[in-house]
Design a protein around this ligand. Structure first.
Ligand code: GLA
Length: 362
């Protein structure tokens, strides 16, 4: 049996596919996969997702499966591509405490749950960082979603009580303790992440256009000063996208420092600035995410809050003084309902360990 967590991102949004910095944490909301080897095709069932399309781990290729089987099948395919080793087919039961639409990376968790299972069952000996890369390949080339590496890295490398500062270029990671008296509260708008796929790819393209205009390989290498001095060489939209990425990388680094120094005021300002930049410059927020962030900013005990993940629906993440979580939720819930006319849902969670084996496949 394997277990793989979801993730929240504290700051550093839409920076990972620009070789930038991210600061996510794996959370104690998991996917569990209980598997045993079979001589037939791989079959997978889940109470929430239903039965997956059966596939043969050693024969399956992109485009041949639909539905949620694309995630395990994609991982099997990417593992074969990178190791050349045959894998055992599995009979698996999957249980998920992660709803697919709230933006907590249920797809990365599903991928990692099977990656660690096959890694162990076939004796591949790959590290969790290697598995994260393989899962990203599965998602990019098999599932067809051009995501960055943040979700897979967070899900693979999470550590209890810690957030992970990741340099997405080198994949160097540094763990940072989240103080015991600060809680992570997921403030879910309940709005599905419509548009996320097409708008995500469009943003990636606009970042590439900014790189071309600035003559840099990635926006990680761009300076705000250069962007400002060359504003006339790109469209206003491309300028705004690049402005977000460059400033968000700086905010991410400042945030890690502020957390280390326990500068709560600064943490709050940085999270708010991140949300505003995602709303006004990157344009990936939504009215409901804005209502939620605004409701959280004004609530008792709130250190900081912002949208988390790709955007266009999903959830905000708030850092809240632990002793005031109840009052925070009460107030945010009421204000969000008043502003949006809909109900949100609120979950306090803890930073958790990354994907691992609970019981060997026999
Ligand atoms: C999604 C992607 C990540 C990252 C975020 C935005 O979650 O899977 O790679 O790009 O959006 O920060």
């Amino acid at each position: 049996m394997s277990i793989a967590p979801g993730r929240v991102n504290l700051i550093g949004e839409h920076t990972d596919y620009n070789e930038g910095f991210v600061f996510p944490a794996a959370i104690d909301r998991y996917i569990l996969a209980a598997s045993r080897p079979t001589t037939n095709q791989s079959t997978m069932v889940s109470r929430s997702l239903g039965a997956a399309q059966p596939f043969d781990v050693n024969l399956v290729n992109p485009g041949e499966v639909t539905g949620w089987a694309v995630y395990p099948a994609g991982v099997a395919w990417a593992l074969r591509q990178s190791t050349g080793v045959n894998l055992p087919n599995l009979e698996s039961a999957v249980d998920s405490k992660l709803t697919a639409e709230s933006g907590l990376s249920s797809s990365a968790a599903l991928e990692l749950a099977f990656a660690v299972t096959w890694n162990e069952a076939a004796g591949l000996g790959l590290s969790n960082t290697q598995l994260a890369r393989i899962c990203q390949t599965a998602e990019n080339e098999f599932v067809g979603v051009k995501c960055g590496i943040m979700d897979q890295m967070a899900c693979a490398l999470g550590k209890a009580g810690h957030a992970i500062f990741i340099d997405t270029k080198s994949l160097d990671t540094t763990y940072a303790l989240i103080p015991e008296d600060l809680s992570l509260v997921i403030c879910d708008t309940g709005q599905p992440r419509t548009l996320a796929g097409s708008a995500y790819n469009e943003r990636r393209l606009q970042c590439e256009q900014a790189c071309a205009a600035l003559s840099v390989k990635s926006l990680r290498n761009a300076r705000l000063h250069d962007l400002e001095s060359r504003w006339s060489e790109m469209s206003e939209t491309v300028y705004k996208r690049a402005h977000h990425v460059i400033t968000e990388n700086a905010r991410c680094i400042s945030f890690v420092d502020a957390l280390d120094k326990r500068n709560l005021l600064k943490i709050g300002l940085l999270m708010r600035a991140s949300h505003e930049s995602l709303r006004d410059h990157y344009e990936v927020s939504s009215p409901h995410l804005d209502f939620m962030a605004e409701a959280a900013w004004d609530a008792p005990g709130c250190v900081g809050a912002r949208m988390t993940g790709a955007g266009f629906g999903g959830a905000c993440i708030a850092l809240v003084e632990e002793s005031r979580v109840e009052a925070f939720i009460h107030s945010t819930e009421a204000r969000f309902a008043l502003k949006s006319g809909t109900e949100g849902s609120f979950t306090e969670c803890r930073a958790a360990r990354g994907a691992h084996i609970l019981k060997r496949v026999t």
